[in-house]
Design a protein around this ligand. Structure first.
Ligand code: ZN
Length: 136
């Protein structure tokens, strides 16, 4: 396993329009991309802090993963994402160590990343994502 850095922190919000100005005004960050990920039924907004991004997640479907999260828990930190060198290997190694996976194989996430999630029931409550940047 080769975790290189925290790729991003995913934060569930009710509205990108309402929450983006908070990150821009209070912290002086610039929202550099807004992208819809139909597969995950979200719209995402990104900010960069050093090597790490803040990913705001707005639901596009109340039945989707962020829709149900907001309903149950309200706004707040949703997941943490680690950058890995080889995501298929990282997922396989994690599963071999007895951790339950949400994604046995990677899939396409925002920004052309390959992503895969570990199940929070196996990770002490932290929804954990692996990301491999295929662009670099
Ligand atoms: Zn993420």
């Amino acid at each position: 396993m080769n975790l290189t850095h925290i790729e991003h922190i995913g934060i569930a919000v009710k509205s990108l329009n309402d929450s983006i100005p908070y990150w821009e005004k209070i912290f002086g960050l610039k929202c550099y991309a807004i992208e819809e990920v139909p597969d995950q039924r979200v719209r995402t907004a990104f900010f960069m802090i050093g090597q790490t991004k803040i990913e705001l997640l707005e639901s596009t479907d109340p039945e989707g993963p962020i829709g149900t999260f907001l309903e149950k828990k309200g706004e707040g930190i949703h997941h943490i994402a680690f950058a890995v060198k080889d995501i298929e290997n990282a997922l396989a190694e994690t599963e071999a160590n007895g951790i339950r996976l949400i994604d046995k194989q990677s899939r396409k996430g925002a920004e052309g990343m390959n992503i895969g999630f570990l199940h929070p029931k196996s990770t002490f409550g932290v929804l954990t994502e692996f990301c491999e940047n295929k662009n670099t």
